[in-house]
Design a protein around this ligand. Structure first.
Ligand SMILES: [Zn+2]
Length: 378
């Protein structure tokens, strides 16, 4: 049997479920830490797992360029290569081709580009993207699509979305079914409701094990993103998992779970952690800020991660001021722990039929600390 998802409980549009994969079951809603180049930066696989994370994301673009998909396959696949025993979702490579590579040339067949690492020439087609994801051993593979830039005119968004739908059909044809593995289609269409609906219709006609909503969190703002979800999520099949790609802040996650989204990934907790920013139950803190310099208290008293359990804010501040590598490691750990705790709490609330109360409690907590600028000097 291919990958499947089962609904356990719902509360309003919010859903609690279980995703059954070749590498075990994953409770949803779920946040996936981003393991860009075969590692969740600054974390051992064991540390990632200790936060409660059960599903991680790998980036096709990075891994196809270095060390190469065929090499990873010869070494036993990505699970073994990075020592991750749970399921892995890989993206298609399309997004990073657009954002990182040089001299891109798009055509109906695919995209040709030069590596940002060494300038070598590569070509990514729907078929090659699916093949790379199979070589990596992904439990969940994503269709190659064109991430429509924002802003885009309706005509440009339509042309881009329709190309992605033709590629989705080619990805489906290229995907070899295996037990516990699945392929997700990606809804595009920018901020245009009719285009989003057309995209959903095209994808559901092809049929996928899950459906992602792409092209959001690219500068449109939270209100526009939620408006797209309001229009799109109800059109998706109720018996398949829904994945909002590249999102987002804790408030984004709560709002999207409220609208019926089950899966998320974002570099925010890991990337922010490396620069001294912490997501906590009491809001977002910048540990580089001078107000933490002599604070003996924990980062987040309710958190069980090593940064909060064993260290003071003053120590974390010192690590960042001294540019010690333990600072980014501890704050990455904390941020991932917070994201996992948040999702676990939302799932428990859905099961208890008190999602809105839990969402309101979380939002009230986020204002407890004074707001700190991202680049606060100390
Ligand atoms: Zn913590």
């Amino acid at each position: 049997m291919t990958l499947r998802w089962a609904l356990v409980a719902s509360d309003g549009a919010a859903r609690a479920g279980v995703l059954h994969t070749a590498h075990g079951a994953v409770e949803t809603p779920v946040f996936m830490p981003v393991g860009t180049a075969g590692t969740v930066k600054a974390m051992t696989a064991e540390a990632v797992r200790s936060t409660g994370a059960r599903l991680v994301l790998g980036n096709t673009y990075h891994l196809m360029l270095r060390p190469g998909a065929e090499r990873v396959a010869r070494l036993g696949g990505l699970h073994r290569f990075m020592d991750w025993r749970g399921p892995i979702l890989t993206d298609s490579g399309g997004y990073q081709v657009m954002s990182l590579s040089e001299l891109r040339e798009m055509d109906e067949g695919g995209v040709t580009f030069r590596s940002h690492l060494d300038g070598t020439r590569h070509r990514l087609t729907p078929e090659r993207s699916v093949e790379i994801q199979r070589l990596l051993g992904a439990d969940i593979a994503m269709c190659l699509d064109e991430c429509t830039p924002f802003p885009a005119t309706e005509a440009a968004a339509a042309a881009s979305m329709r190309l992605s739908m033709r590629w989705a059909a080619r990805c489906r044809a290229a995907f070899v079914p295996r037990p516990g593995h699945g392929l997700f289609g990606i809804v595009q269409g920018g901020v245009y409701p009719e285009l989003r609906a057309e995209s959903v219709a095209a994808l559901t006609a092809i049929g996928f094990e899950g459906y992602a909503i792409g092209g959001l969190a690219v500068g449109e703002g939270q209100a526009a993103m939620f408006a797209v979800l309001d229009g799109t999520v109800p059109l998706l099949p109720a018996d398949r998992p829904r994945y909002l790609m590249g999102v987002g802040t804790p408030a984004d996650l709560v709002g999207a779970v409220r609208r019926g989204v089950d899966m998320f990934d974002c570099v925010l907790p890991t990337r922010s952690g490396r620069t001294g920013r912490a997501y906590t139950r009491r809001g977002v803190l910048n540990l580089r800020n001078a107000r933490h310099a002599e604070d003996p208290g924990p980062l987040d008293p309710a958190c069980g991660c090593p940064a909060c359990k064993n260290h003071s804010r003053a120590y974390l501040h010192h690590l960042f001021k001294a540019r010690e590598m333990l600072g980014p490691m501890l704050l990455t750990w904390h941020n991932l722990q917070y994201y996992q705790d948040l999702m676990r709490g939302l799932r428990a609330a859905i099961l208890a039929g008190r999602f809105e109360e839990a969402a309101a409690e979380a939002a009230a907590g986020w204002t407890a600390e004074p707001a700190e600028a991202a680049e606060a000097a100390a």
